[in-house]
Write a protein that binds this ligand. Structure first.
Ligand SMILES: Nc1nc2c(ncn2[C@@H]2O[C@H](COP(=O)(O)OP(=O)(O)O)[C@@H](O)[C@H]2O)c(=O)[nH]1
Ligand SMILES: [Mg+2]
Length: 200
């Protein structure tokens, strides 16, 4: 995928603050610190379009980015970080659920999981919500570079089992090595019905 432009549009916590729904949207969701910002930056070939952080739980708003004037990437706030104040954590569910249930231009959600962790309640809840609202998902297992090839396979198998899904459904990814970048792009493009014109 050739990236001609990638620009921040706006941040929102409620529907009235969302930008006009004009382009197909792909949202990104996962636990705080899972590597969501790094994944988006890798996809768009920018080091700092989306802030990455060593301190998890900082971004508690929904951030919208215009990509190539062809689609919008939506960075959803990370969940499951204990040090986020209770009041903020309480907002998280309704904020995400409103977005997922009301956004008519949403074409799918990239669900990001850390290869070293078994999916937790929040991950499973998110996947159930997506099923409930009939929203397409792309499952990405990131930070693959943190494990040896052998352990990658074992951990991937454990995650697949915990989620009760098919092996072909997950994409192994690394922001560090860029493993899986093309596969994630292909999955996104097929959800929004855009052909990847490499000559463009
Ligand atoms: N080794 C490695 N580190 C990563 C990868 N993706 C993210 N990280 C690191 O994990 C931390 C959290 O990443 P970030 O993208 O900010 O996570 P977010 O909170 O989910 O947006 C940062 O220190 C990143 O450098 C990856 O694929 N491999
Ligand atoms: Mg982030």
């Amino acid at each position: 995928m050739i990236i001609k432009s990638a620009e921040f549009i706006t941040s929102a916590t409620k529907a009235s603050q969302y930008p006009p729904a004009l382009l197909p949207e792909i949202a990104f969701a996962g636990r705080s610190n899972v590597g969501k910002s790094s994944l988006i930056n890798t996809l768009v070939n920018r080091k700092h379009l989306v802030k990455t952080s060593r301190t998890p739980g900082r971004t508690q708003m929904i951030n919208f980015f215009n990509i190539n004037n062809a689609m919008v990437f939506v960075d959803l706030p990370g969940y499951g970080y204990a040090r986020v104040p209770q009041a903020v954590r309480k907002q998280w569910g309704p904020m995400i659920e409103t977005f997922l249930s009301k956004r008519e231009t949403l074409k799918g959600v990239v669900v990001i999981l850390d290869i070293r962790r078994t999916p937790k309640t929040e991950d499973l809840d998110l996947i159930h919500w997506l099923n409930h609202y009939n929203i397409a998902r792309i499952l990405v297992i990131t930070k693959a570079d943190k494990l040896s090839k052998n352990r990658q396979l074992n951990h991937q198998a454990a995650i697949i089992q915990a989620l009760a899904i098919h092996k072909a459904e997950v994409i192994l990814f690394s922001a560090k090595t860029r493993l899986g970048r093309d596969a994630v792009w292909n999955a996104i493009l097929s959800l929004i019905n855009i052909k990847d014109d490499k000559s463009a």
